[in-house]
Design a protein around this ligand. Sequence first.
Ligand SMILES: *[C@@H]1O[C@H](CO)[C@@H](O)[C@H](O)[C@H]1NC(C)=O
Ligand SMILES: *[C@@H]1O[C@H](CO)[C@@H](O)[C@H](O)[C@H]1NC(C)=O
Ligand SMILES: *[C@@H]1O[C@H](CO)[C@@H](O)[C@H](O)[C@H]1NC(C)=O
Ligand SMILES: *[C@@H]1O[C@H](CO)[C@@H](O)[C@H](O)[C@H]1NC(C)=O
Ligand SMILES: *[C@@H]1O[C@H](CO)[C@@H](O)[C@H](O)[C@H]1NC(C)=O
Ligand SMILES: *[C@@H]1O[C@H](CO)[C@@H](O)[C@H](O)[C@H]1NC(C)=O
Ligand SMILES: *[C@@H]1O[C@H](CO)[C@@H](O)[C@H](O)[C@H]1NC(C)=O
Ligand SMILES: *[C@@H]1O[C@H](CO)[C@@H](O)[C@H](O)[C@H]1NC(C)=O
Length: 593
Amino acid sequence: MKPPPSFFFLALLSAPFVSAQLTCKCQPGQSCFPTAEVWTEFQSKLSTPETLIKGQRPMGAVCYPNDPLYNQNACQALNSSINGFNHVFMSSQINATNWLNFDSIVTPAGNMIGCPYFPRTQNSVCNQGRVPPYAVNVSSVQDIVESVRFASQHNLRLVVKNTGHEGIGRPFGVGALEIYTHNLKDLTVHDSFIPRGAPPGTTGVPAMTVSAGVDWNQAYNAASAADRTIVGGLSPVGTVGTAGWNMGTGHSMLSPSFGLGVDNSLEFTVVLPNASVVTVNEYLTPDLFWAIRGGGGPSFGIAVNITMKTHEPQRYTGSFFVSYCDSDQSYLSLLSTWMKYHNPLSDAGWTGIWPLGNRSLSLTFGAANIPPSPQASQLMDAFIAEAKNMTGVNVALSEYHSYNSFAEFAHDNLVDPNTIIGFNSTAVIPGFVQSATSSWLLPREVTAPENAERMARALANIKAVAVPFLVGGGVVDDVSKSTTSAANPAWRHTITDMTIQAGGPVSINTNLLRQIVHQDIAPFRAMAPPPYGGMYLNEADILEQDWQAAQWGEQYPRLLAIKREIDPQELLVVRMGVGSEGWDDEIICKMHH
Ligand SMILES: *[C@@H]1O[C@H](CO)[C@@H](O)[C@H](O)[C@H]1NC(C)=O
Ligand SMILES: *[C@@H]1O[C@H](CO)[C@@H](O)[C@H](O)[C@H]1NC(C)=O
Ligand SMILES: *[C@@H]1O[C@H](CO)[C@@H](O)[C@H](O)[C@H]1NC(C)=O
Ligand SMILES: *[C@@H]1O[C@H](CO)[C@@H](O)[C@H](O)[C@H]1NC(C)=O
Ligand SMILES: *[C@@H]1O[C@H](CO)[C@@H](O)[C@H](O)[C@H]1NC(C)=O
Ligand SMILES: *[C@@H]1O[C@H](CO)[C@@H](O)[C@H](O)[C@H]1NC(C)=O
Ligand SMILES: *[C@@H]1O[C@H](CO)[C@@H](O)[C@H](O)[C@H]1NC(C)=O
Ligand SMILES: *[C@@H]1O[C@H](CO)[C@@H](O)[C@H](O)[C@H]1NC(C)=O
């Protein structure tokens, strides 16, 4: 069999290395790679014969006239399902992530080698790119166990995909075996949960257990039905998965009230790199419990399910603001005024997102209770009045709205495009087929009123779209929590996570997108270099050089020590993940020093 073009590309990449200094994963086409018989034997150990997909091809293959899979009807069906670009559809594909640039190998020059969903020219070829040629469509824990065992035995590259809503391509890999957890949708609400191994007399707490494939839309609906509140992601169109979000720290509009995702997880069931299924909690496995909360998935084990605390139901007030400025000067003045209110509004109980760009600033905010505290109402009113009074600032919308729960707020403003007030995230998020992200955690001193003008200048210079998340402060702001999980300690003094995103069509150079968001974030990084500031690993900047310190600060040495103990064979390594030092960007070969 002729190895796919992507294989030649990688061989080329590794050519300068001396083989004695390299350890490599076994790739298709090499003699170490399992034969068809060996794959068939593996298949017989899985839930059903269909559980293993052999020779998986990219989603778009059916649209390429010169491809063996070409099928005009299937292509038309794909076209109408994508309908421009549909994240709900994308997130439930086994053979695509949410963005084409993560399905493709990006060459050093920034070109994609992959399979655009529709051919760009008549003679275009559908390249395998980073789409794993073998996938296990998991329906039981045993499917994960067998896959881990098999990958370990044959030294295969192993990746884990759930919804594929992820920012640097970690769910896929060249020549990899994919573990697809998306169909594990079980969900249990507990009135009183006691972690296994807890000492007698431990009081139970209300909680919810979600299987790895549950996304935030499903989890919020279940919490709502049980009349509880759960801390979860701001899931545009509902496609952020619970497992990856939590292992990557998890920020939420509810964090100032109830903590980060990691502050709310009580127990995990995971499959470890040695294929054993373990319960991870503070009593049975304290080191692993510390590491898996914030260490990033799947570096410390493949999640089967996660149990998280739930909280008392909360009524919620939304505050919405949309403004346009008619000059750079009025935009700068508005941003400066906004920054004077930023920390005080957080201290008064407001949280939310404040998207800006193109001489426009919006707020989609929320606060507990209807109405919120008098101080919260007065401060928000004061900001809106000041903005309305500014020359050259057009406040197109400013209003409050009541919600019975946070779930209702999230549904109305992030999931259902028809009920959104103000900033329309569903209009921005579908966006383009390519995506690049960067982020920086801004300590409260940086966003303080006395720095308002400096911040305003930096904000006005952003070229891509900024969607800053004001999700810190409140109970997140507690340095003593730094020792309880691996989450970046920078979170404990941060109010806003500055997030910048750029998207583009299939034709745009991927490196250009990456550079735009990297350059946009640089001034914010310079205001608070690590470990004072940091990067949110669920919104990582792929060009960040000092990724260990940026994502974990002083937690990194302990994380690395636990990683080495738990995964000596380096089976579960992801780009910019714990223990990925020395590996190439595709985690195929490791250079030893
Ligand atoms: C891609 O996945 C979809 C299901 O999500 C499936 O219908 C299709 O056949 C797959 N294509 C290939 C080429 O494997
Ligand atoms: C997809 O559908 C759109 C709108 O119906 C159509 O214009 C376009 O040609 C279709 N593309 C392919 C590759 O079928
Ligand atoms: C994966 O399995 C689920 C059932 O668990 C099934 O509905 C789905 O079609 C399968 N997907 C693929 C791509 O085989
Ligand atoms: C989590 O999954 C494991 C393995 O399937 C199962 O034994 C356990 O009961 C689940 N935990 C909860 C709390 O449902
Ligand atoms: C920028 O804003 C102007 C006026 O508000 C609008 O017409 C234009 O389409 C916007 N440009 C972009 C790139 O969003
Ligand atoms: C509106 O602007 C004027 C002149 O700049 C100022 O005197 C007045 O206090 C402002 N009102 C508010 C509500 O900020
Ligand atoms: C938000 O954007 C979506 C997608 O462009 C659109 O269908 C919807 O009507 C918009 N919602 C509102 C309330 O304007
Ligand atoms: C698997 O790894 C864990 C953690 O390192 C260890 O406690 C356990 O004994 C190992 N299990 C087996 C079967 O080797």
